[in-house]
Ligand binder design. Structure first.
Ligand code: NI
Length: 183
């Protein structure tokens, strides 16, 4: 099933997401549907609130960057109840976009590397360090689980300049090549 993607302005994108319980019904189906929704929209990451579910769950596929970084070949993962517990002091800028803010791209500063614990789709525990594109996408998706989007990380002046554009999302003033919903 392909879900419509929730657009900026909707309350669910501002919620602190809840832990996914081990007995969550049809979790694997939900994860597969999230991958399908992400591929349909040509994204590299998708968080559960973006399909209207305030759950600590996101999916990522970094393989489009495998040409730049061979470690990302087949990097297709689901992250459940993740905890980023270490962040590099060094930050770098990267031009980010988000399926919930179609057409908007801005340079965002984030730590260059992180360490994270999480559960996979089989509820197996993992603990790994990430850098490069993977660290970037993971941090972007992780923000969604805390009710944040990438524009929250811009300098106030820059965010002010984007104000009418951001308000426009809630009024349907955007174009997307995938199905969307406002609430
Ligand atoms: Ni996003």
């Amino acid at each position: 099933m392909i879900y419509p993607i929730v657009i900026y302005g909707a309350q669910v994108l501002r919620e602190q997401c809840k832990e996914v319980p081990a007995d969550y019904p049809e979790l694997k189906k939900l994860i597969e549907d999230m991958f399908a929704t992400m591929y349909e929209a040509e994204g590299v990451g998708l968080a559960a609130p973006q399909i209207g579910k305030a759950l600590k769950l996101f999916v990522v596929d970094c393989s489009p960057w495998a040409e730049d970084d061979p470690r990302l070949e087949g990097f297709r993962k689901a992250f459940i109840n993740p905890d980023i517990y270490e962040r590099a002091e060094e930050e770098e800028l990267f031009n980010e976009g988000c399926l919930s803010l179609p057409g908007l791209h801005e340079d965002v500063s984030r730590p260059v590397a992180i360490r994270m614990r999480w559960l996979d789709e089989n509820f197996e525990e993992h603990d790994e360090a990430f850098d490069g594109y993977a660290a970037r996408v993971i941090q972007h998706e992780y923000d969604h689980l805390e009710g944040k989007v990438f524009t929250d990380r811009l300098a106030p002046l820059r965010r002010n300049l984007l104000r009418s554009k951001l308000l426009g999302f809630g009024k349907g003033k955007f174009r997307a090549h995938y199905r969307t919903r406002q609430k």
